[in-house]
Every structure is written in C-alpha cells, then in structure tokens.
Write a protein that binds this ligand. Structure first.
Ligand code: CP
Length: 324
C-alpha cells in the first residue's frame, strides 16, 4: 500500500484535547467539526476495496459491555479492526464480573493487560466517569444508564451534516421517552453546540431530569406532536424503553402510540426535506410507523453505517493521530 494511502487525510487545524470521551457537554463546535472532518477521511478509507490502514497498529482496544448492544459494540470492533488495532471484546456477563469482580478491579485488569482505549457500556449513570478517574487508558462512554451516549450523538450529528452542510439555525425535534434516553441527552448537548434549536416532545412524565437547570442546555418543550413537528428539519424518535419504565409513567402503550407515534401524516408537518432519525433498536409500530421507518426521509440505516466511520475517527483522535 502506498504511503499516501496509509494515513487518513485530515485537512484541519488540530484542536483536539480529549483523553476520554464521556459526554458532549465538554465538546466545542470546533471539536465536533474536527470529528466531522476526520470521519469524512475515514469514509474514504471505507470506500476502498481493502478497508484497512495501519494507523492504530500496536494499539489495544477493549470493549467492555455490561448491557446488551448490537450497533455500538460491533461498530467499535469494526472501527478498531479497519485501523489495524488489536481489539478484544469482554462481555461482562461471562467474565469475572459474574463472580463479583468490581468495575475498578476489572478496569485495573484491562489496564494491566495493556489496553490503550476501553469502550464501556454500563447500566449505571456515571460509571465511565469513575473509570476515567482510576486508570490511564482512554475511556469511551458507549452508554451509561440514562445519562449519556456521546458517540451515538456524534454519528447522528454527522449524518445530519452530510445532508445539510449548514447546521446553524436548523430545528430538531426529539420525540418519545426522553427521560430514559442517554441518546437524547447527548444529542441535546451536541445539537445546541452546533447552533440547532431543539424541541422535546413527550408526555410530561417522560421529560428528562435536569431541564431548566445547568445539567442541560435550554430547549423548547412542546407536548403536542403536530405543533412540535411544524417546520422541523430533523426528527428523532426514541425507543420506548419498556425495560426502564416505572409503573405509572404512561397510561398505556396504546395511548402513547395514539399521541406520540411518528406517522406519515404527522411527518408532513415537518419541512418536506426533513430527515427521520432513530438510534435503534426500533420498536416499529410503537414510536414510529413502519412506513416512516422505511420511508424516503428515514436515515436510520445511514446512522448505523456512519457509526463505523465516526468511531474510527474517535479512536484515531484519541490516540493522537491528527498530531502526527
Ligand atoms: N443505538 C445503540 O446504542 O444501539 P445498540 O444498543 O445496539 O448499541
């Protein structure tokens, strides 16, 4: 392979200063734009017949998942492999965690085994922050409880950016189970940092904790879905997290569907070129109708595909690739 083909070509002034990726609340617009530019370079690599460069040769990346995942875990694994890193997947349910080993001890073991980056998903909000305080390896938050899922928000932003080069002033609507959604929280940070107005639409019982305080940036709240969708450029529906619902938050699933399902008729209230997002997994027929999920405005499959390139970009930036 020619030397020019081995290094992703990123034409930008380096502004990256993160050793960990825990959430987007500490990302600047310039840093998000650097992720976009780096992702574009990674997509060029992914378009080649042989999708592999030696950029991360000698680096060890561990995925440590305490909760189920398809998209996030597989895309990190593929991203690491395409960059020639050694990648090890540790499923907490079949590791020594099942024998009672603590998070800190598990992380210490992974550090001792030479991990450079640990990608962690954990059911408890804040677990990646504890991890980041205890080890030298870079920690990437792949979803912690209800709190944050920054790499999902970055791939959502990148997918939007591919369609609408000027993000400033767009209107995004996030519909559904926002309280339990780490995706929504990280997107609120990322979207507002990029100058996008955010409207949340959900039953009052599913509004996130921290709204109106310093825990989240300012957003609009519109519980009526038709009014919320008026003039929207980006519509994100969220999975109704049945496993995280406490009794009493919703009168019934049928009523939720009647009031909050994204249907073709409702989507018609948004701009004609509005894009439909869903982080997955999708409950088709609950938060989104099958015709919208598979319709011409849906970018759900693009989100999944972009997940690999965005995570390649993040692994590259974390290991200092843009400075070499
Ligand atoms: N969006 C998302 O986090 O999907 P997975 O649970 O499949 O990783």
């Amino acid at each position: 392979m020619r030397a020019t083909q081995t290094k992703p070509k990123v034409e930008t002034t380096p502004t990256w200063r993160h050793h960990h990726i825990l959430d987007l609340d500490d990302f600047t617009r310039e840093e998000i734009e650097l992720v976009f530019q780096t992702t574009r370079a990674m997509k060029e690599i992914l378009s080649r017949p042989i999708k592999r460069v030696p950029t991360l040769r000698g680096k060890t990346i561990v995925t440590l998942f305490y909760e189920p995942s398809t998209r996030t875990r597989l895309s990190f694994e593929l991203a690491a492999k395409y960059l020639s890193a050694d990648v090890v997947n540790l499923n907490a349910s079949v590791s020594s965690v099942a024998k009672g080993e603590s998070l800190i001890d598990t992380l210490g073991t992974l550090q001792a085994l030479g991990a450079d980056i640990i990608v962690i998903r954990h059911p408890h909000s804040g677990a990646p922050y504890i991890a980041a305080r205890h080890i030298e390896a870079s920690i990437v938050n792949a979803g912690d409880g209800w709190h944050a899922h920054p790499t999902q928000a970055l791939l959502d932003l990148y997918t939007l950016y591919e369609h609408k080069a000027n993000l400033n002033g767009l209107k995004a609507v996030i519909i559904g189970d926002i309280m339990h959604s780490r995706v929504a929280r990280s997107n609120i940070w990322g979207l507002t940092t990029m100058g996008i107005g955010v409207t949340l639409c959900c039953p009052p019982t599913l509004l996130p904790i921290g709204l109106g305080e310093e825990q989240l940036p300012p957003v609009k709240i519109e519980p009526n879905i038709e009014l919320a969708l008026d003039g929207a450029d980006m519509v994100m529906t969220l999975r109704l997290q049945l496993e995280r619902q406490k009794s009493g938050l919703l009168p019934s699933i049928r009523e939720y569907i009647n009031l909050y399902q994204l249907t073709e008729a409702r989507l018609a209230r948004a701009k004609p070129d509005a894009l439909v997002f869903h982080p997955g997994p999708v409950n088709e027929g609950v938060e989104i109708s099958p015709t919208v999920a598979h319709g011409p405005q849906s970018v759900i499959k693009e989100q999944v595909a972009n997940g690999v390139a965005v995570r390649m970009a993040l692994l590259y930036l974390l290991t200092g690739g843009h400075k070499q």
